[in-house]
Design a protein around this ligand. Sequence first.
Ligand SMILES: Nc1ncnc2c1ncn2[C@@H]1O[C@H](COP(=O)(O)OP(=O)(O)O)[C@@H](O)[C@H]1O
Ligand SMILES: CC(=O)N[C@@H](CCC(=O)OP(=O)(O)O)C(=O)O
Length: 327
Amino acid sequence: MKYAKDTRPKPVSSRTAEVLVEALPWIKNITGKTVVIKYGGSAMIDGRLRTDVMNDIVLLKIIGVNPVIIHGGGLAITDAMNKFNIPVEFKDGQRVTTDEAMEVVRMVLMGKVNQELVEAMNEHGNLAVGVSGSDAGTIMAEQKSPELGRVGRISRINSGYLEDLIDADYIPVVASIAMGEEGGYYNVNADLVAGHIAAAIGAHKIVFLTDVDGLYEDFDNKDSLISNLTMFEAQYMVENSVVSTGMIPKLQSCIAALDAGVFRAHIINGTTPHALLLELLTNTGVGTTLHSTEESCTFDAHPLGNFASKLIENRQRPILMGDLRTP
Ligand SMILES: Nc1ncnc2c1ncn2[C@@H]1O[C@H](COP(=O)(O)OP(=O)(O)O)[C@@H](O)[C@H]1O
Ligand SMILES: CC(=O)N[C@@H](CCC(=O)OP(=O)(O)O)C(=O)O
C-alpha cells in the first residue's frame, strides 16, 4: 500500500487561522452593506498592485459586501495630455479642462482606466460593470467656473442605475465623468464624486485608497499620522489650510458623506498590500478613520472656532481605537 506522504511545510502556523477568526465579527457586520471605494490614480502605480487591489475587492464581494468603486486617473490623464501636446494646468487642484482636454479625459478614464479595473475583477467571474457618470444620468453637473472650462460642480446624483447594479449583484466601477445639465460632459474630481455617491446610495462606509498612509497633521512630519478624527476636526483642517491640494477634496468628501449618515470614512494607503482588507476586516485597522461621533471627542465645545487651541491637545487625547474599532 502507498499512502500520500506529508510534504507540507512544517510547522503550519496557526497565525493564518487566527487572522481568519479575527476577521469573523468584521465579516458578519459588513456582510450585506455597501462600501464605496475611491481608487485614486496616484495609487495605481503598477499593474500588479492594481490587480491585487481588485482581487481584494472581489474577496469583499464574495464575503457579501457590496463594493462600489469610484476611480480617478489624474496621472494617466496628464500623461496622455502630454503625449497629445495639450498644456496641463491646475487651478486650486482642479484640472483646467478645455473641450480638447475633455476628449482626452473621457478617453483615458472610460476607455483605459475603467476597463482595466473591470477586466481585472472579471478574471474571477462576470462581476464588474464599468459605468461612466453620464450613463443613466448618474452624475449630473454644471460648469464650476468659466476659467476651468469643462470642470463640473455636481448638481445631483441619480443613483437608480447604481442601485440596480448592486441589487443585481454587480460591482459598479464608476469613472468621474459627469453629464452636463445643459448637455455635454464634465470632468469632476473623483474624490468629490465618491462622497456624493456614498451619500446618495446610503453607503455604510467610504474608503479612499491613495498614495500616503493616511492624513498627517503635518505632512512634513511622518510621525504625525492621525489615527482618527471627527468630521468637525476635519472641517477645521480644511478651513485652516492644515491640508493641501490632494487631501482637501478627500476631507470634503468624507465630511459630506458622514454628514449624510455614512458610518465611517477611511483614508488609507492603496499602495500597501491588502490595506483595504486590513482596514475593513481586522481589529487594528490602518490609516485614518473619520467619524461623526462627537462624544468620543475630548473637546468641550464644537465647532470649528474653538478648535484652534485644542487641536494640539487633541493629539494627546486617549487613543479611541477601542471605541471606534468595533465591527
Ligand atoms: N496633511 C496631509 N496628509 C496626507 N497627505 C496630504 C496632506 N496634505 C496634502 N497631502 C497630499 O495629498 C496627496 C493625495 O492626494 P492625490 O495626489 O490627489 O491622490 P489621489 O490620486 O489618491 O486622489 C498625497 O500624496 C499628499 O501629497
Ligand atoms: C477636475 C479634475 O481635476 N478632475 C480630475 C479627474 C480625475 C481624478 O480625480 O483623478 P485622481 O483621483 O487620480 O486625482 C483630473 O482631471 O485629474
